[in-house]
Design a protein around this ligand. Structure first.
Ligand code: ISL
Length: 565
């Protein structure tokens, strides 16, 4: 325990800067807004701030399309302000994690501008350029080099008239994929990362980092709707991914002293792969974001919305906890800027909003792994009341709506899925107060503020000792002071119970028992050796005056944490 890495007992807070706090009234959040709100984050008690991209960007995908890796977009501020943020965080004993988006750049990045300029430009090979499919007219429908669909609808290839070739973009056509096969690309990324570490940042959250190694030659994927295919088998955890990450670690971190943290965002990663990525001896990344639990209420695509089944969630988390018990490490998250709000998704965002938000926080934070809190989650912020197609702003939602309608889908059914799953739900402005624009801006916010800010806001939550905010604060504090939270073993209980989530954590004689009722009805937690817990101390709960531990009758959305030993 004493020589365990520091980030095992840390909690990370994600700021999506565009929607966090606007200091200058232009309706877009900015770095000054983040600096001004550090006392709030310090009160919550988080250790690390992960900042979604603030680099210069055409903002086609809200900054995940970067046109300069070593600057700050004027909409967010200046490099001086970023330095000021680093200093202010360090002065409080907190750390800064930057978002590293290097599977792709913006099409307006000078590297791509050069690459596109001619087929014999020295940077041509920095991206994936390919001729039309054999025997087909370049630019004709279906002539793309492979059948891959983009994550943001339509083909993953864009035809370039000037050179008669296509470039690859797994995301939007303004996000061309870098060719990591080219050693110059790898060296340029390493140099850029060193430049940020030299500036004082403490680590990186690596965007879709398990997609950087493509299997060559690029080949068609399994055929899917609209004549497009699923190319994921060709690029998810591709053949050179471990080699690339080991080299990156060696070139960027080796020989540096400092307390760093790296997390790889990895759609489609399996438990077995995650063990390899996070085994400290392999020197790749400290932890990964996996996607299994956020796919449980989705079918073939994220727009195919399925009912949420608690048993499936427990089975999934249980497998990840067991798989990373000996080697490697978990990241724990419900929310980020890509996911609908968890209280609307797995909780009850009406009658039991406060209770269920606290329950969800409790269950997540007491697993083994490093928890991530996404801005507003600590307030129990909910999904937004979007109605019409025009209410959706995110490129993924906008493109999906257009593509689905073009394929003959009925508008109302497409909208029903968007309301539940759209990333816009996570991106409405942070609710600071009950006044104009929820205190996010003095101007007109770039995205609508949820009308429930009159009730759900930081000012009210900080003032109320029973709020979701203070419950999160206590969870974070518990991790800091109670070693079993960070270091204990995990044992899942009652895997087949449809409403009760129960588990223990064990470190030597010290044990925690967590029981949580994922329903609006009373539920009996039939923990086998309940008697053995008689006299255990209740360290945290979300209902007043619970029963003695021998008969655990949980009230609606009740969660309890007992400690003994
Ligand atoms: O949001 C998703 C669900 O469809 C994912 O496909 C998402 O695009 C994927 O998790 C990758 O996310 C990351 O890279 C994207 C960016 O749009 C996301 O915001 C980012 O988190 C491309 O850079």
């Amino acid at each position: 325990v004493t020589d365990a890495p520091w980030w095992r007992s840390a909690v990370v807070y994600q700021v999506y800067p565009r929607s966090f706090a606007d200091s200058d009234g232009d309706g877009i959040g900015d770095l000054r807004g983040v600096i001004d709100r550090l006392p709030y984050l310090a009160e919550l008690g988080v250790d690390v701030l992960w900042l979604s991209p603030v680099y210069p960007s055409p903002q086609d995908d809200n900054g995940y399309d970067i046109s300069d890796y070593q600057g700050i977009d004027p909409a967010f501020g200046t490099l001086d302000e970023l330095d000021e943020l680093i200093a202010a965080l360090h002065a409080r004993g907190m750390k800064l994690v930057m978002d590293l988006v290097v599977n792709h750049t913006s099409d307006e990045h000078p590297w791509f501008v050069a690459s596109r300029s001619s087929a014999d430009d020295p940077k041509r090979d920095w991206y994936w350029w390919q001729p039309a499919r054999e025997g087909m007219t370049p630019g004709a429908p279906g002539a793309e080099p492979t059948n891959w669909a983009s994550f943001f609808s339509g083909p993953a290839w864009e035809f370039d008239e000037a050179s008669g070739e296509y470039f690859l973009h797994l995301f939007s056509r303004k996000q061309p994929d870098l060719n990591w096969e080219n050693p110059e690309v790898r060296a340029a990324v390493h140099a850029m990362m060193r430049w940020w570490l030299d500036r004082g940042v403490d680590g990186f959250r690596m965007d879709v980092i398990n997609l950087i190694s493509k299997r060559t030659p690029l080949a068609d994927g399994r055929p899917g709707p609209g004549g497009l295919g699923d190319g994921s088998a060709e690029y998810v955890c591709g053949p050179r991914i471990h080699e690339f990450l080991q080299a990156l670690h060696e070139e960027v971190f080796a020989g540096r002293t400092g307390a760093f943290i790296t997390v790889g965002e990895m759609p489609g990663v399996t438990v077995d792969e995650a063990v390899l990525f996070t085994d400290p001896e392999r020197r790749e990344v400290d932890m990964v974001f996996q996607f299994e639990h956020v796919g449980l209420d989705q079918g073939e695509s994220k727009w195919d919305v399925r009912p949420f089944d608690l048993r499936a969630l427990k089975a999934s988390f249980g497998r990840w906890q067991a798989g990373l018990a000996e080697r490697g490490w978990n990241s724990l998250y419900w929310n980020n800027h890509d996911q609908p709000r968890v209280v609307s998704r797995f909780g009850d965002d009406t009658r039991w909003r406060v209770e269920s938000a606290k329950l969800l926080g409790t269950v997540l934070h007491l697993h083994r792994g490093t928890p991530y809190v996404y801005q507003g989650e600590e307030l129990g912020m909910t999904n937004a009341p979007f109605v019409r197609a025009g209410d959706f702003l995110d490129i993924e939602s906008v493109n999906h709506y257009a593509a689905a309608i073009a394929l003959g889908a009925e508008s109302e059914s497409v909208l029903a899925a968007l309301r539940v799953m759209s990333r816009d739900n996570a991106r409405t402005p942070m609710q600071w107060g009950d006044g104009h624009a929820g205190g996010f801006t003095t101007g007109t916010p770039w995205a609508p503020v949820n009308p429930n800010h009159t009730e759900i806001n930081a000012a009210a939550a900080v003032a109320d000792p029973d709020s979701v905010f203070h419950h999160y604060r206590r969870l974070i504090e518990l991790r800091h002071i109670e070693p079993v939270v960070a270091h204990g073993d995990f044992t899942m209980l009652l895997p087949d119970d449809p409403t009760v989530y129960a588990f223990t954590r064990t470190l030597g004689p010290r044990q925690l028992l967590v029981v949580a009722n994922f329903s609006g009805e009373d539920a009996l937690a039939e923990v086998q050796d309940a008697a053995a817990w008689a006299g255990a101390e209740l360290v945290l709960g979300n209902w007043p005056d619970p029963d003695p531990v021998e008969a655990i009758v949980l009230r609606p959305w009740e969660a309890r944490v007992y400690r003994r030993g």
